[in-house]
Design a protein around this ligand. Sequence first.
Ligand code: PEP
Ligand code: MN
Length: 339
Amino acid sequence: MIIQLQPEVSSQELRDLQDFLNQISYKTKQVTTQKGSYLVGIGKREFDIRTVGFMPGVKDIHKVSDSYKLVSRKWKVDPTTVDLGDGVTISKGSLTLMAGPCSIEDEDQIRKTVDHLVESGIQIMRGGVYKPRSSPYSFRGLGLEGLKLWHKIAREAGIKIISEVMREAQITDMYDYVDIFQVGARNTQNFTLLDELGKIDKPVLIKRGISGTIDELLYSAEYVFSGGNEKLILCERGIRTYETSSRNTFDINAIPILKEKTHLPVIADPSHGIGIRDYVPAIALASVMAGADGVIYETHEIPHKAFSDGQQTVNFNQSHKLASGLREVYKLRKELLLN
Ligand code: PEP
Ligand code: MN
């Protein structure tokens, strides 16, 4: 159950509400985010929700039977808009594109990528400065200095930044230089990291875990939301299955299912989803048709020279074509499926 509180709810009203709910064996957790104040009630007892609905300090009350509550679409049918400032939003009614290298490598690479994004009308650049690599001998990123340089160049061109945060201590370091914190597939269930991201006022994109279910992704988002940060975006990036002919199995089903289960925006990552450069555009286009609110993909001037994930990285020509193709498919989806 979710009780939306009035902004001016008094502490006495709050106590009365909690007392009432405790009496009927509900546990409560108060959640205050950038956008509102909520009381999440966990319990099984059936009762007439109007009793609470009419109590002072209550704006609205919703029964939510799912185990994740605040991210559920059962209480909030309206899709959530995540605002990055300067007119850049991730919202219903537009398609968000994020592109860039797997890893940030050097100044020249940053400048060339930024120029490419500007030419292609892409407003958000992806790139890792702290890289989770399967082998400890692989390139592990330029770190904070690389992020600062990237931020300076991107800002000059009006480009927003999404980059992966791997542990709690990096949040403060990265805070002023990113517009979206990315939680990688290896960290989707790093609950202490999620707790800390719940305390900040900056958008967070959470990738689906390598072997994670759709519900587990939603629970991870619930951690951040219930911690106080509702600026959330979810990302399908493929899961590990018994199939070996692609890096991961991109779960196209997850897109409409997530859109049904949650009000949060859903972004597709076809690069990690299939892991094979030549197939990335097809999967990207399919994901938009399936209902994705946006696509994040890897691009590099010379993919085979990329420090990481070159095999799944499209070059700038391919990226340029893909960006316009994605916009065309998005228009077509709206015409065909009316959403
Ligand atoms: C990445 O975005 O480069 C990355 C490491 O992604 P994932 O966490 O999905 O593997
Ligand atoms: Mn990558």
